[in-house]
Write a protein that binds this ligand. Structure first.
Ligand code: MN
Length: 198
């Protein structure tokens, strides 16, 4: 059965003659899927949480960013699938373009699906359980859809494990890029060098 293009919406929203975001295309599924959390200083600052599933990055906008406290349920609004190349995109989307503003790779790494069912089925059923191996985020997390199929609102919740704790707050304590060490301001200014430790 032919699969409809999961990146159609991503491509339709962007003018690639104006934005430096990668055009990308559907990739093959890989043994070690990546996750990325991009801090996005758009009209409103938010975090884009992305999981590689079936050759694309399934994406959720998390207004407050991920929490390491299992008591905190973070709203995660599903957005359009992004190409895998997007995982390492850091830069500024021009004003007036879709998502205009600065993008930082806030955390990046691999993840492991914790259930035996396929990830596509888990998404369809509205519950995805996974363990992250990032630089800031580690251990189990769950994404749960709050309503029925088709509703964009999910919750991102930390599982109880050795990486959980109400005092751990990487959003506040580790605000800079996991890829280049840069702040949002340095990325916006086009600074190419890793920031010197003071
Ligand atoms: Mn965004």
């Amino acid at each position: 059965m032919a699969r409809s293009d999961p990146l159609k919406s991503y491509h339709a929203k962007r003018d690639f003659t104006r934005t430096a975001e990668p055009k990308g295309r559907l990739a093959r599924a890989r043994a070690k899927p990546v996750f990325v959390v991009q801090k996005h200083d758009a009209s409103r600052l938010h975090y884009d949480f992305r999981l590689e599933i079936e050759g694309v990055l399934k994406s959720w906008a998390v207004p407050k960013g991920p929490s390491c406290d299992p008591a905190q349920r973070r709203l995660a609004v599903m957005t359009e699938d992004h190409p895998l190349d997007y995982a390492r995109f850091e830069g500024t989307i021009p004003e007036g373009e879709y998502g205009g503003g600065t993008v930082m790779v806030w955390d990046i790494g691999t993840y492991r699906h914790l259930k035996e069912i396929s990830l596509e089925k888990a998404i369809r059923q509205g519950r995805v359980e996974f363990a992250l191996s990032g630089k800031k985020l580690r251990g189990g997390f769950v994404l749960v859809r709050t309503q029925s199929l088709g509703d964009p609102n999910w919750l991102l919740i930390k599982m109880r494990d050795e990486f959980a704790g109400p005092s751990r707050d990487p959003v506040a304590d580790a605000p800079d890029s996991a890829l280049t060490g840069r702040t949002l301001e340095e990325i916006a200014a086009g600074a190419s060098r890793k920031r010197q430790k003071a």
